[in-house]
Design a protein around this ligand. Structure first.
Ligand SMILES: Cc1cc2nc3c(=O)[nH]c(=O)nc-3n(C[C@H](O)[C@H](O)[C@H](O)COP(=O)(O)O)c2cc1C
Length: 396
């Protein structure tokens, strides 16, 4: 039976454990590039033991960003920054992963740390603001919540095809940069999620209406990306699988859609919510692991590996999710922000007999071999735990 620290192989890629750093937008890019900020921030998480390390949603076009301070991969000039990030993650023992996306109706925002709207949530900038633009969507329906009320542009079929080409171009750059895992971001109210949700997609052409039509955008994008992204590397999707709204994306439809995606080369489904509306019914945002049950159903019923995030930062909860085979991978967002060494800390909390096997071996040697001085690491009760671990090792 696998646990949180069991290696995981998907296609030709093996992760050293089941702990993934979930993608998180950092609003800290200049002209969409990655630089020393990202090298240090992501390198630290790889050094802290995360098996798979994502940066943030990387925009496939400039207007696919959340804000003008967000990162992307829409131009060959951006490859160098990505290559530096991929290289440091690998050097520290992690597998470098990229999430490609387009924010659709939820673009043209002000970074939240620079100010929110009167409701305390995201603030959208008008199209004529120097840092704003007209957002794109399946239908001309603004998101509505959180001040997202400016008119949006309904994509034409030619524009949809051009976006698929942008996905493919971005995937080709990602490969060149050295990433070994590619996820498409089709959740959280962004463009992919809004194509699947009847709340946002009221098209009457081949991209709207039935489940088959609403998932066409996803299938075409998967095909376009797979044409350039090698079979040996995982191609995954974060899916807005439920809007928790009677008129929005229904989970049962998502199960059908994921089955279709599997036939188009999807290797793993990363289950999340649709977030296509602020009017969610009984939103479970404070519940531990609230996506686990849905993820498990997809794993069982579609027969595809799954991952999920949301409130799994207590090590025992993350470990149980893997042991009970609800998920293949645990995605950690805020825990990774709060503690770059979360995997090492979790290993110790869970009684792993060698937590320092998770950090680069040159400094692991020092941490293991200063016997009698383990308390100097500064973790509460570190001495006792290290002694237990050391005694266990001595018995082997
Ligand atoms: C600052 C921040 C930025 C985020 N940006 C992204 C993103 O770019 N792509 C994405 O798929 N999810 C994004 N998320 C969601 C996280 O990946 C994760 O799914 C969510 O925080 C729940 O996991 P957690 O409970 O471990 O934090 C973001 C979350 C945070 C806190």
């Amino acid at each position: 039976m696998p646990n949180l620290f069991s290696p995981y192989t998907l296609k030709d890629v093996t992760l050293r454990n089941r702990i993934a750093m979930s993608p998180m937008t950092m609003y800290s890019s200049v002209e969409g590039r990655l630089d020393d900020y990202h090298v240090s921030y992501l390198g630290a998480r790889a050094a802290g033991g995360f098996g798979l390390v994502f940066g943030e949603q990387m925009a496939i076009t400039p207007d696919g960003r959340t804000t003008k301070s967000c990162a992307g991969i829409w131009s060959d000039d951006q490859i160098e920054g990505h290559a530096r990030v991929a290289a440091i993650i690998e050097r520290m023992g992690g597998v470098p992963a990229i999430q490609l996306g387009h924010t659709g109706r939820k673009g043209s925002e002000l970074p939240p740390h620079k100010g929110t709207n009167s409701e305390g949530t995201w603030r959208q900038l008008p199209p004529d603001h120097p840092d704003g633009w007209t957002c794109k969507a399946p239908s001309a329906i603004p998101y509505g919540g959180g001040g997202h009320t400016y008119p949006v542009h309904a994509l034409t079929v030619d524009e949809i095809k051009a976006l698929h080409q942008s996905y493919a171009d971005a995937a080709r750059r990602a490969l060149e940069a050295g990433y070994k895992w590619l996820e498409m971001h089709y959740a959280h109210g962004y463009l992919g999620a809004s194509f699947f949700s009847p709340l946002a997609n009221q098209r009457t052409d081949q991209y709207g209406g039935s489940v088959e039509n609403r998932v066409r955008f996803h299938l075409e994008a998967l095909d376009a990306v797979r044409a350039v992204w090698p079979e040996r590397y995982p191609l995954t999707m974060r899916l807005g699988s439920d809007d928790l709204h009677p008129a929005g994306t229904q989970f049962e439809d998502s199960i059908v859609a994921i089955g279709m995606m599997k036939e188009h080369g999807l290797d793993l489904a990363d289950l999340s919510l649709g977030f296509n509306t602020d009017e969610m019914v009984a939103a479970p945002m404070n519940e531990v692991g609230f996506m686990l049950e849905r993820a498990h159903r997809v794993r069982r019923e579609v027969g595809i590996p799954v991952a999920t995030s949301w409130n799994l930062g207590i090590p025992a909860n993350a470990d149980r999710a893997v042991r009970e085979e609800q998920v293949d991978l645990v995605m950690l967002g805020r825990p990774a922000l709060a503690n770059p060494h979360w995997p090492v800390w979790a290993a110790r909390e869970l009684g792993h007999d060698d937590p320092f096997s998770l950090v680069p071996q040159d400094w692991a040697w020092w941490l293991r071999n200063f016997r009698g001085h383990q308390g100097s690491i500064g973790w509460p009760d570190a001495g006792a735990k290290a002694e237990q671990a050391s005694a266990a090792r001595d018995r082997i």
